[in-house]
Write a protein of this length. Structure first.
Length: 206
């Protein structure tokens, strides 16, 4: 649909903004915008306010970098979690996916991505130094590298193993390869992911 076919510049602008979202084309964006037009003012204002407050007020946990409403997320603040085991994930979706399995009771560390030279993402762009600092503080017995089994994920696993080479007392494990090679963690079903955590294997890159 070209811009000339929109009956309203306001409609066109809304469609353009929605189509900037990942996986949303202009046709889908138009359907979403028209759906919102049929809703009450209160519903649309509630959606807008929630997005504005999310952007302005959301925090990132000072320990694990997970999204949080407070300086310390609920998982890190929970005394019932096993602080000796840290599960390293690429993003927030990784935390949600693993939590949904109900198979992990440790803490997390969100890297904020994986090393990908093709995308211009290097080690300095990730939360790697804070991970090393958490290990150096002591008390950590195992690091679970729960990154997607892609070339970028494996590269990041190897880099982390080299960074933690000075701490041989800390066990490094990776998810069992029940997760298919090349799959994104967030799209893996909960049963397969849960088994991959329970049956994780030691990483021998060091």
């Amino acid at each position: 649909m070209t811009s000339q076919q929109y009956p309203s510049k306001l409609l066109e602008r809304a469609v353009t903004e929605f189509s900037k979202l990942p996986g949303i084309g202009r046709k889908t964006a138009l359907r979403l915008v028209l759906h919102l037009l049929r809703q009450s003012n209160e519903t649309v204002h509630a959606l807008g306010e929630s997005l504005i407050r999310l952007k302005e007020d959301v925090k990132f946990c000072r320990t694990c970098h997970n999204i949080s409403d407070t300086e310390l997320c609920d998982i890190c603040a929970n005394p019932m979690r096993d602080a000796s085991t840290i599960c390293v994930v690429e993003n927030i979706q990784g935390v949600l996916s693993i939590e949904n399995t109900g198979q992990f009771r440790g803490l997390y560390h969100v890297l904020g991505g994986v090393i990908s030279p093709m995308d211009g993402v290097g080690p300095a762009d990730l939360e790697l130094n804070s991970l090393v600092e958490r290990v150096a503080e002591g008390g950590v017995k195992e690091i679970i590298l729960a990154l997607s089994p892609t070339m970028e994920g494996d590269t990041t696993n190897f880099y982390i193993s080299r960074r933690l080479a000075a701490h041989p007392e800390v066990k490094l494990t990776v998810l069992a390869r029940g997760v298919s090679i090349g799959d994104d963690l967030e799209y893996t079903d909960e049963i397969t992911l849960g088994r991959s955590i329970v049956n994780r294997v030691e990483l021998n890159a060091r």
